[in-house]
Design a binder for this molecule. Structure first.
Ligand code: TYM
Length: 335
């Protein structure tokens, strides 16, 4: 136990609003696994965030459990990491309310994810979509996280979390640890394979643009073979002028553990066809064990249930300690 408390803390989460994508795997989960030995880690499935966009209830439940199995199959040992479902720890909703009173309307209005999602869901611009970052700040601050490993698109939310924590600490003393984002150098922004100027996203309307970690190898290969490139025939990293090739190079770099220079040398004088096949194969090789292990874990319902129950108990213990401190600071009468 003393070993755990001496380690620094990590918290991160992914919405179960769609199947897990290669973008989330390379931008977030892969780093969660790499950091998990060194840190005291809390990894959640943020189901409460996902209802800011309308969900099919049965599918949401199914995807939440599948995502839990995929976290474990990716290499997160539930004995060493606290893996839990956000809605099982009520402190998230409670702290979110308090923090929303310390988050400014102007700050929330500037959030890129809010602007994007309001444009995509013009008939459902609900209050939760707007105050989403206060809930995300609660997720992070409840655990006094030092580090938040995320893809580049979440940097703005982590920065707002820092501002909220500093504002609160400025009024009430040192209540919250001010977290740092951890964004990978390569893989922070994986782009769509068909429209490489857009982020690879689980809500992508074009099925060929997005790779899912549970997808069959032949489907993955088909999408890579069809990936949009350019009219040159040179494998060279230049995201501005060659977004498609540069995206494939980023994917290959992380999947195969190679530098951009090594990749450029490997494919010097070869056509894009060979390159796309090799990138596809490296992704298939990387994802195969995760898919097979997830399928095996998901069949063991009792084990899955045990993991999320124990995870929620461990997370609640830590989260409630912070919540009690916050309630006392703001002037609520203790129970
Ligand atoms: P979400 O669910 O959209 O994405 C989950 C994680 O995957 C990263 N990611 C990507 N990285 C690289 N390239 C991509 N194409 C790509 N797509 C997604 C995201 O940056 C993220 O790290 N608000 C968060 C979820 C959240 C959270 C938290 C994260 C809620 N509470 C607390 C950290 C800490 C979100 O919508 O991520």
């Amino acid at each position: 136990m003393s070993e755990i408390t001496e380690k620094k803390t990590i918290l991160s989460g992914i919405q179960p609003s769609g199947d897990l994508t290669l973008g989330s795997y390379l931008g977030a989960i892969k780093n969660w696994v790499e950091l998990s030995e060194e840190y005291n880690c809390f990894y959640c499935i943020v189901d409460m965030h996902s209802i800011t966009v309308r969900q099919n209830p049965a599918e949401l439940r199914k995807r939440t459990l599948a995502q839990l199995a995929q976290y474990i199959a990716s290499g997160l040992d539930p004995e060493k990491n606290t893996i839990f479902i956000q809605s099982h720890v009520s402190a998230h909703a409670e702290l979110s309310w308090v923090l929303s009173c310390y988050t400014m309307f102007g700050e929330l209005s500037r959030m890129t994810q809010f602007k994007d999602k309001s444009a995509k869901n013009a008939d459902n611009i609900n209050a939760g979509l707007f105050t989403y970052p206060s809930l995300m700040a609660a997720d992070i601050l409840l655990y006094q996280a030092d580090l938040v490993p995320v893809g580049g698109d979440q940097k703005q939310h982590v920065e707002l979390t820092r501002d909220i924590a500093n504002r609160f600490n400025g009024i009430y003393g040192d209540v919250f640890t001010v977290p740092e984002p951890f964004i990978p150098k390569v893989g922070a922004r994986i782009m769509s394979l068909t429209t490489p100027e857009n982020k690879m996203s689980k809500s992508d309307k074009d099925p060929g643009g997005c790779i899912y970690i549970m997808q069959k190898p032949e489907e993955i290969m088909r999408s890579f073979k069809r990936a949009v490139t350019d009219s040159e025939t040179c494998v060279r990293y230049d995201p501005e002028n060659k977004p498609g090739i540069s995206n494939l190079m980023s994917i290959y770099s992380v999947a195969a553990g190679k530098t951009f220079e090594e990749i450029e040398n490997e494919f010097a004088g070869k056509g894009y066809g060979d390159f796309k096949v090799r990138v596809g194969e490296s992704v298939v090789e990387m994802l195969r064990p995760i898919r097979e292990e997830s399928e095996r874990i998901l069949k063991d319902k009792a084990y899955v249930e045990q993991v999320y129950r124990e995870g929620a108990a461990r997370a609640s213990y830590v989260a409630n300690k912070t919540l009690r401190k916050v309630y006392k600071k703001v002037g609520f009468v203790a129970k």
